[in-house]
Ligand binder design. Structure first.
Ligand code: FAD
Length: 320
């Protein structure tokens, strides 16, 4: 069976969930070969094998941390040359998409970004994308070279399928221009303890109806009771009530969680574009005519300041 390269997103060997989703999707096309760059390959290998990686190609070098993405592209290209895969899959993060684009250019291949599903086809893998503010669903196939495809988080439920996961060292030579942009300092983002917005299984978002930064705690409390990430509409972030990094929508992040709860959000097309592929959508809005109710699975017509605290308490009580 053909091999499929899967670029591993990890923190010191702790493999992130989107990579497990990629391994699950890769198995539909061929045998996954994971590419793990940086420290922690031995830790990661067990997880990667559990989710179907037949082989784990690994390389560690200071260049991966000291420079921007180009050294990682060198390494992924080395893996590509060693394996001659049927496809290369990467997570649809900002970094994943940049690496994908650079690799596709170097190997003269077609690129598909932000796929939400992947299946085997007679002439290569077929990717599903949700485009034009999610108003259309397209299915595409790369017609030139080895398909390079980035897949959005939460596009598939990770399924374990034990494989060998044999760890092999990858020999990488860094190009002269790959070390052209050095990272001179890093400031760790203050952790909220909540999951990453684009990867979270549950997202609770607040809009203009939250009516002030000080009131966002009502959103955060519900999110914490559910183990969810916090999102916000553009109206809320433009008002300075919540950081821009949490904006959901056409000009913000795209989320596709199992459960999306929108509180005090009207449901403008630009907001929907970032959340309408969520599996279950719940809205709390005091206006029964709000457009958000057109796309919800469950709608509560009511004041979010009454509904959300009750919901939070009920969830906490049920969790014991
Ligand atoms: C080019 C462009 C790009 C854009 N990109 C984005 C984007 O990425 N993301 C995005 O979100 N928007 C985006 N917008 C803005 C978008 O058009 C809307 O203006 C925005 O989504 C509205 O935010 P909102 O729903 O929070 O506010 P509103 O539309 O003002 O809705 C607030 C809602 O809260 C309800 N409400 C008020 N008080 C309460 C209460 N106490 N309890 C319950 N409900 C209450 C109201 O009934 C109302 O439905 C974009 C616009 C443009 C032109």
């Amino acid at each position: 069976m053909a091999e499929v390269l899967v670029y591993v997103d990890h923190v010191d060997g702790a493999v992130r969930k989107p990579t497990l989703e990629l391994l699950t999707l890769a198995r539909r096309i061929g045998d996954p070969v994971a590419v793990h760059l940086g420290a922690g390959a031995d830790t990661a290998a067990a997880t990667l094998a559990e989710y179907g990686a037949a082989r784990v190609l690994t390389a560690d070098a200071p260049e991966f941390a000291d420079y921007l993405v180009a050294p990682k592209v060198d390494a992924l290209q080395a893996a590509y040359d060693a394996v001659s895969p049927a496809a290369v899959l990467l997570p649809s993060s900002a970094e994943g998409k940049e690496i994908a684009a650079r690799l596709a250019l170097r190997i003269g291949a077609g690129l598909i970004t932000d796929a939400v599903d992947l299946e085997a086809g007679d002439s290569g893998p077929v990717a599903t994308q949700s485009v034009f503010a999610a108003s259309f669903t397209t299915r595409s196939r790369v017609t030139k070279g080895t398909p390079v495809i980035t897949v959005k988080p939460n596009s598939a439920a990770p399924e374990a399928a034990q494989a060998a996961g044999s760890v092999e060292q990858l020999s990488v030579t860094f190009g002269e221009t790959s070390t052209g942009t050095k990272v001179v300092s890093r400031t760790p983002r203050e952790s909220t303890g909540r999951p990453e917005l684009t990867e979270a299984a549950i997202v609770v978002s607040g809009g203009r109806g939250v009516n002030g930064a000080e009131n966002f705690s009502v959103i955060e409390n519900l999110a914490d009771a559910l183990g969810a990430a916090v999102g916000a509409s553009r109206a809320a972030v433009d008002a300075g009530w919540y950081p821009h990094t949490h904006q959901v929508g056409q000009t913000g992040k795209t989320v596709s969680p199992q459960l999306y709860i929108a509180a005090g959000i009207s449901g403008a097309i630009q907001h929907r574009a970032g959340m309408q592929t969520s599996k279950t959508i719940v809205a709390v809005n005091k206006d029964a005519e709000a457009p958000i109710f057109e796309l919800v699975d469950y709608g509560v017509v009511g004041d979010l300041f009454q509904v959300l605290p009750q919901l939070t308490e009920e969830i906490k009580a049920r969790k014991g």
